[in-house]
Write a protein that binds this ligand. Structure first.
Ligand code: HSE
Length: 308
């Protein structure tokens, strides 16, 4: 058994337009690192940036790691050290990345008793520390990689889909704070039947295009969400300008990711992601909102060990 293990928890896109609370995609290029060491004292302790709670119940990595420790039945405890690469509240799955890295580092340092499917309960439990409920649309793609379809009513139900030939993706984080609970609070309690049925059809078309690798069609479909984005876009003052700029330089589609403020764009085959990203960033700056971003690929593998 190793004394210390460090895991990489990747960033992820969630919702992807009409896949509200149901679809997530794992990304390369940005992530959190969590190191775990075994301790004689029971329980989980955590150190990290001052912005993170140290109460193990309220810290996503610690809560997920504690679940793994209990599941293992082993004696002693764990000390975690978190290095955040993903800004908090950005919309690219920062709390989920820490949760999966915490669960994975704990698993490795305990001698790897569990496979990734065995860790689903632990990472969902980790997400509870951030959002108060079990959402799978960031933690499951960050765990497995690729695309994950999950059920909002029972996130232990999921499908992992490998995506081939996915294009590069431009991801922009405008520097405005959008808290997930605020972004959920702007959603109406009920929706008209015609919107619910249209959304179901849009999600079916989106999944069909994703499975077929028809990325031009995927781009079009990510802009057809009826349930969340029309309400949430009002929380990001540069939303319209960033989207228009992306489409202007050849993006096939552009949408919010998660509860925002981050936005992502898929370039059409004759455009390139770097150009799209620069246009999105310039539009945000023109709107007096600083922003940064990166060009990502789909990460097919999800959480992984960096050092053990
Ligand atoms: N699907 C969630 C939402 C992701 O859009 O609110 C945020 O954690």
């Amino acid at each position: 058994m190793t004394d210390r293990a460090t895991a990489w928890g990747p960033a992820s896109l969630s919702n992807l337009g009409p896949g509200f609370d149901a679809l997530g995609l794992c990304l390369t290029g940005l992530g959190d690192r969590v190191s775990a060491s075994r301790t004689d004292a029971p329980g989980v302790t955590v150190t990290g940036p001052p912005s993170l709670p140290t109460d193990p119940d309220r810290n996503t990595a610690a809560r997920a790691a504690a679940h793994v420790l209990t599941q293992s039945g082993l004696e002693g405890g764990l000390a975690l050290e978190i290095k955040k690469g993903i800004p908090l509240g950005s919309g690219v799955g920062g709390s989920a990345a820490s949760a999966v890295a915490g669960a994975w580092a704990a698993n490795v340092v305990l001698g790897s008793p569990f496979t990734k499917p065995d860790l689903v309960d632990a990472v969902l439990e980790g997400e509870v520390a951030a959002s108060g409920s079990k959402h799978g649309d960031n933690v499951l793609p960050a765990l497995f990689g690729g695309l994950v379809l999950t059920s909002p009513s029972d996130p232990t139900e999921y499908r992992h889909v490998d995506l081939e030939d996915a294009p590069e993706i431009a991801v922009l984080i405008p520097h405005v704070e959008v808290l997930t609970r605020q972004a959920r609070a702007v959603l109406p309690e009920t929706v008209p039947h015609r919107d619910a049925s249209a959304q179901a059809a849009e999600l079916a078309f989106l999944l069909d295009a994703l499975r077929a690798g028809d990325w031009l069609e995927v781009g079009r479909r990510i802009m057809r969400d009826r349930l969340a984005e029309p309400h949430r876009s009002t929380l990001v003052p540069v939303y319209d300008a960033v989207k228009a700029a992306a489409l202007e330089v050849g993006a096939a589609g552009c949408a919010l990711t998660g509860s925002g403020p981050a936005m992502f764009a898929l370039p059409s085959p004759d455009a390139d992601a770097e150009t799209v990203l620069e246009a999105m960033k310039a539009a945000s700056l023109d709107g007096a909102i600083d922003a940064h971003g990166w060009v990502a690929r789909v990460d097919p593998g999800g959480v992984r060990t960096l050092d053990a």
